[in-house]
Design a protein around this ligand. Structure first.
Ligand SMILES: *Cc1c(COP(=O)(O)O)cnc(C)c1O
Length: 384
């Protein structure tokens, strides 16, 4: 069986975890938590990094800190893992769903059009003309490691006091290479960026997340809220309601070891991407989805685009066939504006997303994928 995406634990993970166990520093205090934060902060060149139990919790905390209150609205893409939208719900916020562009990311042109046509700004905030509610934030997602096009959006959101929380769960290692954001890592251009180290992500801590921000007050608040809002640790004084969201030392130890391997992982992801890409050149009706030319991609996922007419099979048939040949693949997530909990919320001109959902299948993309794995998958795609 060739799985879709599994962890690769071949570096110093054992050594660092053993040290945690030998010294009995297993909980949220311990040197690796700080080291993991430093390592991610330095790598992404973010101002501050706060470790967190997982990416979903990171998003929730970020949304709370930028001021999403019950009844506020938050702009989200319909194409994303449900956690993005759940985090909005945890804050009592209402999602407004947007379409995607050709890279599976939020369609920034449509967001700008929506803001132009359907919202108004008063008293320094932006209000939805239809619902009358305040639009407090937007959560662009860098889907599959593709950098979302944020250049134009950032200024408009700033002018309209719409906070930008980047869901960079899938895009560690992706950085802009062109335009005003050139050189900046995804996750570091908005008010907050949130990373995930779930088992299927480019690096993993088993479960884990990171909140990054350039704003020192936001960072301090994130640290405070993720550690039970302790105002006096000794006397147990709490001025606010916090969360038990801090990463443990054992998880962070794995994270430090994984960060050491990140450059090598990125190289492996790129190599397999190129192998698939060139092997698929001769296959009628199939090609890997293009990634944005304005960024260096981490190639976390390998979305395959299926031209059903030319290829002769649809996504569902192909997925079933590959499964029977021992190749695990996955489609896009069900569009979130159609999911049961979110059906009644507003969505704006969702046109491209349904088509991409039908045309896309993600191919195995683990860091430890070998050339012969790639050859096997491609052969399975070619054979009837
Ligand atoms: C994985 C993921 C999350 C959630 O991260 P967890 O660490 O699993 O909580 C959020 N958003 C996106 C886009 C993801 O892929």
């Amino acid at each position: 069986m060739i799985p879709l995406s599994v962890p690769h634990i071949k570096g110093n993970e054992w050594k660092y975890v053993k040290e945690c166990l030998d010294t009995e520093w297993v909980s949220t205090a311990g040197k690796y938590v700080g080291q993991f934060e430093d390592s991610l902060r330095e790598y992404t060149d973010a101002g501050h990094a706060v470790a967190c139990v997982n990416g979903t919790a990171a998003l929730q905390v970020a949304l709370r800190i930028v001021g999403v209150l019950p009844g506020d609205e938050v702009i989200v893409p319909t194409v994303t893992f449900v956690a993005t939208v759940n985090a909005v719900s945890y804050q009592g916020g209402a999602p407004i769903f947007m379409d995607c562009d050709d890279y599976y990311n939020i369609d920034s042109a449509k967001v700008l059009e929506f803001l132009e046509k359907q919202t108004e700004t008063r008293d320094g905030s932006t209000y939805n003309r239809i619902s009358g509610r305040r639009i407090a934030a937007i959560v662009p997602v860098h889907v599959f490691g593709n950098a979302a096009r944020l250049e134009d959006l950032l200024d408009t959101c700033h002018e309209r006091n719409i906070k930008v929380v980047e869901d960079a769960a899938e895009s560690l290692g992706t950085a802009y290479t062109e335009g005003r954001l050139a050189g900046r890592h995804t996750g570091t251009v908005g008010d907050f960026g949130c990373f995930s180290f779930n088992g299927n992500k480019i690096i993993t801590t088993g479960g884990g997340g990171m909140i990054v921000t350039d704003n020192p007050e936001y960072a301090e608040r994130a640290r405070y809220l993720t550690t039970q809002a302790k105002d006096d640790e000794v006397r147990y004084i709490h001025e606010d309601i916090g969360y038990n969201y801090r990463l443990t030392n054992v998880q962070a130890a794995i994270g430090v070891a994984q960060m050491e391997c990140l450059p090598e992982f990125l190289e492996a992801k790129r190599r397999s991407f190129e192998s698939y890409d060139s092997a698929l050149e001769d296959v009628e009706g199939l090609q890997l989805a293009a990634s944005p030319a304005y960024a260096r991609n981490n190639h976390w996922m390998y979305p395959l685009r299926i031209d059903r007419q030319a290829y002769g099979r649809d996504r569902e048939a192909l997925m079933r066939d590959l499964q029977s040949k021992g190749v695990q693949t996955r489609p896009l997530w069900q569009l979130n504006h159609l999911q049961t909990p979110f059906r009644d919320f507003q969505h704006y001109r969702i046109e491209r997303a349904p088509r991409l959902l039908e045309e896309t299948l993600n191919l195995p993309c683990s860091v430890n994928l070998t050339q012969s794995d790639v050859d096997y998958v491609v052969q399975a795609l070619v054979d009837e």
